[in-house]
Design a binder for this molecule. Structure first.
Ligand SMILES: Cc1cc2nc3c(=O)[nH]c(=O)nc-3n(C[C@H](O)[C@H](O)[C@H](O)COP(=O)(O)OP(=O)(O)OC[C@H]3O[C@@H](n4cnc5c(N)ncnc54)[C@H](O)[C@@H]3O)c2cc1C
Length: 381
């Protein structure tokens, strides 16, 4: 039998690690993904200010996994009927597949924004944003306005890092970072009190936060807002949404708590809109991606066990995903905001929480030195 996992992000790595543990040794396990490394996307914003951090955000997949066969290739298509995956370098047949391809940045049909804005999905994007900022600063002695579109987990942290980078380059006085959010508050998919605390910290950092601001387009000098408003900019960054990958025809299929797309295919992580046992949609995030992937892996292992023992299909008991979050934490430049249970933390306790989350994750993947360096950076600001 052959189990194939697509995508080597948080969900894909968590899925193969759980499958390595659960599957009988004679079941083949392949991870097909487009880079040989797992990238800690949730820390990408740190690369804006400290490019060297990028080295600590990259974990070779051969190290993060054990007996899994790593196939570095682009997934071009998924034929669920025939249970095959088309790769840039061949085809894979599968008995069970777990789709963990993540997302691409959504521009919501705003072509004028897509042409002018830099998204934040890969390390190269973070490096490009840093270079663009340096270029606009060097081109003028006057004021520089940076607009970040979208105030989710990525937008909030990118805005914070850009403001801190402006200070580090002695350009804080002449740089304005404006963070735009279409909905009525920042971090709209996360607990309301957490969003309020983030908004306060962003304001203290000097970031101009505008909610209920819907971007309708951009030209070379200004972002257009619904209702005739416009915000002039020298640099435009876009973190305004996610969509399914091209491989999934831009779709993020909606699945229930068993994470099943069909009899033989599962989907989890940001690639799916996941409704857990409460009937609520789970927020797209690294932490939910990892948890859902473990449920999907458990279900694949149960179905293989069922196939081998010949138990009728309808008696297979599948695990049901129930998302419980221990809390959330974001950095805002040299500060941080965390919510743990009903408590909101800022300052050193929040920075320590942020350091612990990333360091623990790197340690799990065997990256002791990188874990120590990242923890020092998070606590130090
Ligand atoms: C700046 C930033 C800060 C963030 N901060 C946080 C945070 O503080 N907390 C939090 O929980 N979340 C945070 N997030 C969100 C988090 O990173 C995502 O929710 C998470 O990466 C989703 O995991 P995933 O495994 O579903 O997808 P991904 O991590 O995107 O993994 C998808 C994988 O599939 C591969 N892939 C995609 N398409 C193909 C293809 N066609 N062929 C082969 N391989 C392919 C990709 O290369 C990648 O390895 C942040 C995101 C950003 C950008």
């Amino acid at each position: 039998m052959h189990v194939v996992v697509l995508g080597g992000g948080y969900a894909g790595v968590a899925a193969v690690r759980r499958l390595e543990h659960l599957l009988p040794a004679d079941v083949d396990l392949t991870l097909a993904t487009d880079t040989p490394d797992h990238v800690l996307q949730h820390e990408l914003h740190r690369v804006l200010r400290r490019p060297a951090v990028a080295n600590d955000l990259v974990v070779p997949l051969t190290q993060a996994t054990d007996r899994t066969r790593i196939r570095v290739a682009t997934v071009d298509g998924l034929d669920r009927e025939n249970r095959t995956v088309s790769l840039s370098s061949g085809t894979l047949a599968y008995d069970y597949c777990v789709v963990c391809l993540g997302t691409q940045t959504a521009f919501h049909g705003l072509e004028s924004v897509r042409e002018r804005a830099t998204p934040v999905k890969r390390i190269r994007h973070a490096l490009a944003i840093r270079d663009e900022f340096r270029t606009v600063l060097d081109a003028t002695t006057g004021s520089v306005r940076i607009v970040v579109g979208g105030a989710g987990l990525s937008g909030v942290q990118v805005a914070g890092e850009l403001a801190a980078l402006a200070n580090a380059w002695d350009a804080g006085e002449r740089t304005t970072v404006t963070l735009l959010e279409q909905r009525s508050r920042v971090a709209p998919n996360l607990p309301a009190r957490f969003g309020e605390a983030i908004a306060s910290t962003l304001a203290e950092t000097g970031i101009d936060v505008r909610t209920e601001a819907t971007v309708t387009g951009a030209d070379d000098t200004a972002v257009e807002l619904e209702g005739d408003g416009a915000i002039p900019y020298e640099q435009l960054v876009w973190t305004g949404g996610i969509r399914g990958t091209d491989t999934m025809a831009a779709d993020r299929p909606r699945v229930g708590p068993d994470l099943r797309l069909d009899e033989h295919t599962f989907v989890c992580g940001d690639a799916a809109q996941i409704e857990d046992t409460t009937g609520q949609l789970v927020p797209a995030s690294a932490q939910s991606a990892r948890r859902a992937a473990r449920t999907a892996a458990t279900n694949v292992a149960r179905l293989i066990e069922r196939d081998r023992t010949g138990t009728p299909t309808d008696t297979a008991e599948l695990a049901q995903f129930h998302f419980t979050s221990p809390g959330w934490v974001v950095s805002v430049g040299d500060d941080a905001v965390a919510t743990i249970g009903s408590r909101i933390l800022t300052g050193n306790p929040a920075k320590t929480a942020k350091a612990a989350v990333s360091a623990r994750y790197l340690l799990e993947l065997g990256e002791r030195r990188a874990a120590a360096r990242l923890a020092r950076l998070e606590v130090g600001g």
